[in-house]
Ligand binder design. Structure first.
Ligand code: MBD
Ligand code: FE
Length: 301
């Protein structure tokens, strides 16, 4: 096979296509598009991708565009972004605390803000729709780098119901808007506790683009049961994480690569219902960016 992608003519084509010879435009975007084109050229050549294959792949992406939020974790890229941020932290000497892990595509902004100060309330309940699953309870502390209680924290929690569906994205239409979604305002002692209904693991929509891709790769599209969190508090770095149930059959076989050491608690069932004790340890914020959420576009209700 004659490889032409590295010839001066093709390199010049990609330069011009990325606007490298133009003074206008966004320099960072130009540099990234230039490298994407170069990499694509090499892949076309390496695998001798045919015209039919190329345009059918494009059609797959067009038709599956609504599932990109699932495909990205499914092909490990969302986890890779975590690894990249971890590597940058390590290089900057930033370490410690609860590990980050992928947000996933199913957060909805605007969930009810409820009082979680345990000196005032002892019943924070996330599940407001009927669900005959067993009751899950979770409790623990939100602490800082020195083990100090974090003041004025807000714990955002979201998870699937016992059918594996998230409110707002439930294809059965069965759930109310914020079922299994709350923002919990934590008291000054940093302690949290809530009850909910035990979620079931998530599976990609049957017949959808993500599932098709997974099957074509010889894989499945299933996640273990899990609970997502954002933890935010003044002076601390906002944490995006989740716990996955350590005794779930998919605990070590998560299609989205969201499971991590330190985030796989096994529920204590000695009291009948599953209970998890889990502490969140935050890093101190160094910059304004540390305090903010990522600018990932999110659903809002
Ligand atoms: C989920 O519930 C999820 O958390 C991720 C990361 C991907 C698909 C569904
Ligand atoms: Fe999820």
């Amino acid at each position: 096979m004659t490889n032409i992608s590295k010839t001066p003519e093709v390199q010049a084509l990609f330069d011009r296509a990325a606007g490298i010879d133009q003074s206008g435009g966004n320099p960072r975007l130009k540099a990234i598009v230039r490298d994407l084109l170069g990499a694509l050229g090499e892949i076309v050549e390496k695998h001798d991708i045919t015209e039919s294959e190329f345009w059918n792949a494009l059609k797959f992406m067009q038709d599956g565009a609504g599932e990109f939020g699932l495909i990205v974790p499914g092909i490990g890229i969302e986890h890779f972004l975590d690894l990249h941020m971890d590597a940058k932290d390590a290089e900057a000497g930033i370490a410690g605390g609860t590990p980050r892990t992928i947000e996933g595509p199913l957060y909805v902004a605007g969930a009810p803000l409820v009082d979680g100060d345990l000196s005032r309330t002892n019943d924070v309940n996330l599940t407001t729709d009927p669900d005959d699953a067993e009751t899950l309870t979770m409790a623990g502390r939100i602490i800082g780098p020195d083990g100090e209680p974090v003041k004025d924290a807000v714990l955002h929690v979201w998870h699937a119901n016992s059918k594996g569906f998230y409110s707002h994205f439930d294809p059965t239409g069965a759930q109310s808007e914020f079922n299994n979604r709350r923002r919990i305002k934590i008291g000054p002692d940093g302690r949290y506790a809530f009850r909910s209904k035990m979620p079931r693991g998530y599976s990609c929509p049957p017949g959808g683009a993500t599932e098709k891709l997974m099957h074509a790769l010889g894989r499945h599209g299933d996640r273990p049961a899990h609970v997502h969190f954002f933890v935010e508090a003044p002076g601390y770095r906002t944490l995006t994480t989740q716990i996955n149930f350590g005794d779930d059959p998919h605990a070590h076989d998560d299609f989205a690569f969201g499971t991590r050491e330190g985030l796989l608690p096994v529920p204590d069932r000695s009291g009948g219902n599953p209970h998890i004790e889990f502490d969140f340890q935050l890093q101190r914020a160094r910059t304004g960016i540390d305090l903010a959420f990522s600018e990932r576009p999110r659903a809002e209700a």
